[in-house]
Design a protein around this ligand. Structure first.
Ligand code: LLP
Length: 416
């Protein structure tokens, strides 16, 4: 299985100690279900390979339910945020400002002001105009903003083009070539900024250590150049991007090697390490369950039509992403080749194409889409006026509804 907390026993799918069928009976479908202990376990895997003073800033965008953030906070997590909305969530979850880093190419006036008020650890600056604006706002508040520069190292993370961020043609960061000059400009001209670190993020779904090695190698050169200019740093933020297994045959990234690679650097330069993992923690900690509505057979194809859709989980439609699919109950089924699709009026509304999958055998069939804990619910929408699905958090025997299902009234509440 992709995760030891989500498994089959006596023909039934379980999340921790709870039968998924029982959750579905109580809360209906479509539905997201998470394993609390899986979140903790994945977080602690990272903790285990990094130095004790490293800041693990959970990337809230991957799964931002405040109950999840709270749970990770208890394990010692900080937060990587990209908006004042995420800051609000981190605050509500009780994460201290000293454990929050703020990334993103388009931080607005309000984003910056809120973050300064909460006294976050640092802004990862992605352009000179952004540095100027942070300086201006900090000055008006009589504050000094701690900053690092997000350097675009121009390395290939070997992942989907939508989620590659560290190539020079991407919109992210300040180019490797310009970085030293930007640091000098900030030091000499922007008096309400305090330079404390260097940051990068090369992409997402990375299953190899090598792209990290390459990026670090480049940043190390920069750290040397900055030293010569008398600019000393305290933090090194390597970003997120650790991938997960979406298929049984996938291999997890070698965490020991990853940890050692980045830790060695910190040792050499006496810098505090920051990492911003999202998917590695949340991805396989959640599933998405849908009811089979119809089995439609045409002369050319089989379609398994389910009640979940691309508005709930957009990754297959958006990235052509592979998610493992099965049923929540093991039954005697004939295997067929089928597309698993939702009810939305778009051909792109699918969860799988030409998948070898068991045929539904009765009217009471539910499919499970695995690896749905990251970039699942958070990317959902109301397209086709579909109320958003609920989220349920399982811990041992306990089942907690952490986001209720939207109602029809919710859909139009703000339109009146
Ligand atoms: N730090 C920064 C600055 C980021 O932009 C991201 C993700 C992360 C950390 C966390 O990356 P992770 O550890 O989760 O790979 N929606 C896409 C993924 C977009 C990732 C955006 N940035 C997907 O569903 O695959």
């Amino acid at each position: 299985m992709l995760n030891s907390f989500i498994y089959y026993k006596d023909g039934n799918l379980f999340v921790e100690n709870v039968k998924v069928e029982d959750i579905v009976k109580e809360y209906g479908t479509p539905i997201y279900i998470y394993s609390a202990n899986s979140f903790k376990n994945r977080f602690n895997n990272i903790k285990g390979v990094l130095p004790a003073d490293a800041l693990i800033a959970y990337s809230i965008k991957s799964n931002s339910n405040v109950n999840i953030i709270k749970l990770l906070k208890e394990e010692g997590a900080g937060a990587d945020i990209v908006s004042r909305g995420e800051l609000y969530r981190a605050k509500l979850a009780g994460i201290d400002g000293s454990k929050i880093v703020f990334s993103g190419v388009g931080k607005s006036y309000d984003d910056i002001k809120d973050a300064l008020e909460y006294d976050i650890l640092m802004f990862n600056i992605e352009s000179l105009p952004e540095a100027e604006l942070i300086n201006k706002i900090a000055s008006s508040m009589n504050k000094k903003a701690r900053v690092s520069i997000r350097v675009n190292p121009d390395v290939d993370a070997d992942t989907h083009h939508h989620i590659t961020t560290g190539k020079k043609e991407n919109k992210f960061g300040i180019s490797y070539e310009d970085a030293v000059n930007v640091y000098k400009y900030i030091r000499d001209n922007l008096k309400n900024l305090e330079i404390i670190g260097i940051d990068t993020h090369i992409g997402s779904s990375i299953l190899k250590v090598n792209p990290y090695k390459e990026a670090i190698g480049k940043l190390v050169n920069l750290i040397e150049d900055l030293k010569k200019e008398g600019i000393k740093l305290e933090y090194f933020d390597i970003g997120g991007g650790l991938g997960i297994r979406y298929r049984e045959e996938d291999k997890d990234i070698d965490m020991k090697e990853w940890g050692k690679t980045i830790t060695d650097l910190v040792g050499t330069y006496n810098l505090k390490l920051i990492v911003e993992p999202g998917r590695y923690i949340s991805g396989n900690s959640g599933i998405f369950v849908s009811k089979v509505l119809y089995m439609k057979k045409t002369a050319h194809k089989n379609f398994i039509i389910v009640d979940g859709a691309m508005n709930d989980l957009v990754r297959p439609a958006f990235y052509d992403a592979y998610h493992k699919i099965d049923y929540i109950t093991i039954k005697d089924r004939k295997n067929i080749i089928a597309d698993v699709v939702g009810p939305i009026c778009e051909s792109g509304d699918y969860f799988a194409k030409e998948r070898n999958i068991g045929e539904p055998v009765d009217d009471n069939e539910y499919i499970v889409i695995f690896s749905a804990g990251a970039y699942g619910y958070v990317m959902s929408s109301n397209y086709n006026s579909r109320p958003k699905s609920p989220e349920v958090l399982v811990e041992g025997d306990s089942v907690k509804l952490v986001k209720r299902r939207e109602t029809l009234e919710d859909l139009i509440r703000d339109e009146l």
